[in-house]
Design a binder for this molecule. Structure first.
Ligand code: GTP
Ligand code: MG
Ligand code: NA
Length: 457
C-alpha cells in the first residue's frame, strides 16, 4: 500500500429507493441481522448506520474475487426510509454520503421515490449503483445462497433468463426516460458515463458479493481525494434518544476528523445552542445497526468515518439533522455556537405566522420536518402553530391549550413517534386538549380527520 492508500477513511454509502424495495432487508442480509422484521408497519422511519469492516467485506466477496484490493478500512452504510413522507431523511442521507445504492424492485421497475432519490443524487453529483433487487421473485427462479450474480444467472432455465432480460431491459428503458444510461455492471464498457446495475436478492443473498465489491472498487477508483482522511471534524446528528443505563444519547455520523472523550462540543438545540462535553463515545459492534438497541463498545477516541452514540449532559435538547461542532483550542465558543444554530432557521420558517394551527411533536428534527412537509401538502393542509421535539410534556399541552379560545379543533397535539408523559396526559384531559399519537405519519392525519368530522356532526 502507498501512503495515500493508508490514509483513507471508510466511504459513506447511503441506501435509497422507493418504499419496500428491500433496502433494509439487503442490509440485514449482509449483516446477518433481522432489523426489518422489527420495524413498525414494516417501514423504515429513521436514518440508521452500520459499519462493515473490510475483513467482513472480504469474506463476503471472496468467491467472486479472492484477491481484491481493499484499501479502505471498511464501509459505513446509511439506511434511509422509502416512504414518500420522508423526503427529508432521504435528502439528509444523500447529503451525507460519498456513494449510494439505489434499490429498484425488479418486479416493479422505477417508482415515484426511485425517481425522487435519483434526482437527489443527481443534484449533488453523487455516484451510485443500482441494485435491481428481488430477482428471486422471478417465476421458477432457483436460488443459490450468496452466489455471485453471473454464476446464479447461468444456472437458471432459459425461461427465467428470458424473463430476467425482459425486465432488465424495461428498467434500462425507464432510466433512459429519466435521461440516464444504465447497464449490467459486468457488461458496462463505459463506467462513469453509464451507471452500473447489480441484480440482487436480499432473501437469498445472490448478487450481494457483486454489490459490495463494486461499491468498494468504484469508491477507491473514483474518489481517492474525497476519501482521504482529514483532521477537521465534520459530524452530523442523526437521532436523539434515551437509552437505558446511558441517559440521553445522540447518534451521529462522523464524516471526518477524530472525536475524543472529554471534547467540548456544540450542537443545535430547540432553545438555543448546547455546549457540553463528550462523556462517553459508544459504537455498536461492527455489522450491527446503530439505531437498534444493543450492547455498545466504549472508545477513548474514534476516527472517521463512523456511526457513533455520544452521551453528555444537556443533549436531550439536541436536534437531529444538525451539525456537531468541536470547540478547538483556538476557537471562540460564540462563533461555534452561531454556526451550530444555522440549521434551525429553515424549520422555524415553516410554522404558520397567523398563529392558528395544531401543535406537532416528533422524535427528531428529520421526522418533524417530514411531518411538517406532510401536513403542508395540498391533500392534507393542516396549519401548524407550534412544534416540539421529544416526548410530550406538560409544557407542550399548555402551549397547545392556547388554541382552545381561538379555534377549538386546533387545541390538538399530533405526536409522531414520541411518548406522552403521564402528567401531560392528565393535564390534557383536564384542559380538553386532544393528543393523537402514531408511529406512522399518515395515521396521524387519519385520526385528526376523523376527529374533525366528528366535531362537525
Ligand atoms: P422502506 O425502508 O420502508 O422504504 O422499505 P425497504 O426498502 O427497506 O424494504 P424492506 O427491507 O422493508 O422490504 C420490504 C419487503 O420486501 C419485506 O417484506 C421483505 O422481506 C421483502 N423483500 C426485500 N428484499 C427482498 C428480496 O430480495 N426478495 C424477496 N422475495 N423479498 C424481498
Ligand atoms: Mg427500510
Ligand atoms: Na419496508
Amino acid at each position: 500500500q502507498t501512503e495515500a492508500e493508508e490514509n483513507l477513511r471508510s466511504p459513506i454509502c447511503c441506501i435509497m429507493g422507493h418504499v419496500d424495495t428491500g433496502k433494509t432487508k439487503l442490509l440485514d442480509c449482509i449483516r446477518g441481522t433481522n432489523v426489518q422484521e422489527g420495524e413498525a408497519g414494516g417501514i423504515t422511519q429513521q436514518i440508521g448506520a452500520t459499519y462493515f469492516p473490510a475483513e467482513n467485506i472480504r469474506e463476503r466477496t471472496k468467491e467472486l474475487k479472492a484477491d481484491a484490493k481493499l484499501n479502505v478500512p471498511g464501509l459505513l452504510v446509511i439506511d434511509t426510509p422509502g416512504h414518500e413522507s420522508f423526503t427529508n431523511l432521504r435528502s439528509r442521507g444523500s447529503g451525507l454520503c460519498d456513494i449510494a445504492i439505489l434499490v429498484v424492485d425488479i418486479m416493479h421497475g422505477l417508482e415515484p421515490q426511485t425517481i425522487e432519490s435519483l434526482n437527489l443524487l443527481r443534484m449533488r453529483n453523487t455516484e451510485f449503483i443500482v441494485a435491481l433487487n428481488k430477482v428471486d421473485r422471478l417465476y421458477a427462479w432457483k436460488a443459490q445462497r450468496n452466489a455471485p450474480i453471473r454464476k446464479t444467472l447461468k444456472q437458471q432455465s432459459k425461461d427465467v433468463q428470458n424473463e430476467f432480460d425482459r425486465r432488465l431491459m424495461e428498467v434500462i428503458t425507464q432510466f433512459k426516460e429519466q435521461g440516464l444510461n444504465t447497464e449490467l455492471y459486468y457488461k458496462n464498457k463505459d463506467m462513469g458515463e453509464t451507471f452500473n446495475i447489480v441484480p440482487t436478492s436480499a432473501i437469498s443473498g445472490e448478487g450481494i458479493p457483486d454489490l459490495l465489491l463494486l461499491l468498494i472498487q468504484w469508491s477507491q477508483k473514483t474518489m481517492i481525494e474525497k476519501l482521504t482522511f482529514r483532521n477537521e471534524v465534520q459530524c452530523t446528528v442523526l437521532e436523539v434518544k434515551v437509552i437505558e443505563g446511558h441517559g440521553t444519547t445522540i447518534d451521529v455520523v462522523l464524516v471526518n476528523g477524530v472525536l475524543h472523550e472529554g471534547d467540548q462540543i456544540v450542537v443545535c438545540g430547540l432553545q438555543g445552542p448546547i455546549v457540553t462535553t463528550i462523556r462517553a463515545l459508544l459504537t455498536p459492534h461492527p455489522m450491527k445497526e446503530l439505531r437498534v438497541k444493543g450492547t455498545y463498545l466504549h472508545h477513548k477516541e474514534i476516527k472517521a468515518a463512523q456511526g457513533i452514540k455520544i452521551t453528555g449532559q444537556g443533549l436531550e435538547h439536541a436536534i437531529a439533522g444538525t451539525g456537531l461542532y468541536v470547540v478547538g483550542r483556538d476557537d471562540d465558543v460564540e462563533d461555534v455556537k452561531e454556526s451550530a444554530m444555522e440549521d434551525m432557521k429553515s424549520v422555524m420558517s415553516r410554522i404558520d405566522k397567523s398563529g392558528e394551527g395544531v401543535y406537532v411533536q416528533a422524535s427528531t428534527l428529520g421526522s418533524l420536518e417530514a411531518l411538517l412537509e406532510f401536513l403542508k401538502s395540498p391533500a392534507v393542509s393542516i396549519p401548524v402553530s407550534g412544534i416540539g421535539i421529544g416526548p410530550v410534556h406538560k409544557k407542550d399541552v399548555m402551549k397547545a391549550s392556547v388554541m382552545l379560545e381561538k379555534k377549538k379543533e386546533y387545541a390538538t397535539i399530533l405526536a409522531f413517534d414520541v411518548k406522552v408523559t403521564p402528567e401531560a396526559r392528565e393535564l390534557s384531559e383536564e384542559l380538553g386538549v386532544k393528543i393523537f399519537i402514531a408511529d406512522i405519519i399518515y395515521h396521524l392525519f387519519d385520526q385528526f380527520k376523523a376527529y374533525i368530522q366528528n366535531l362537525k356532526e
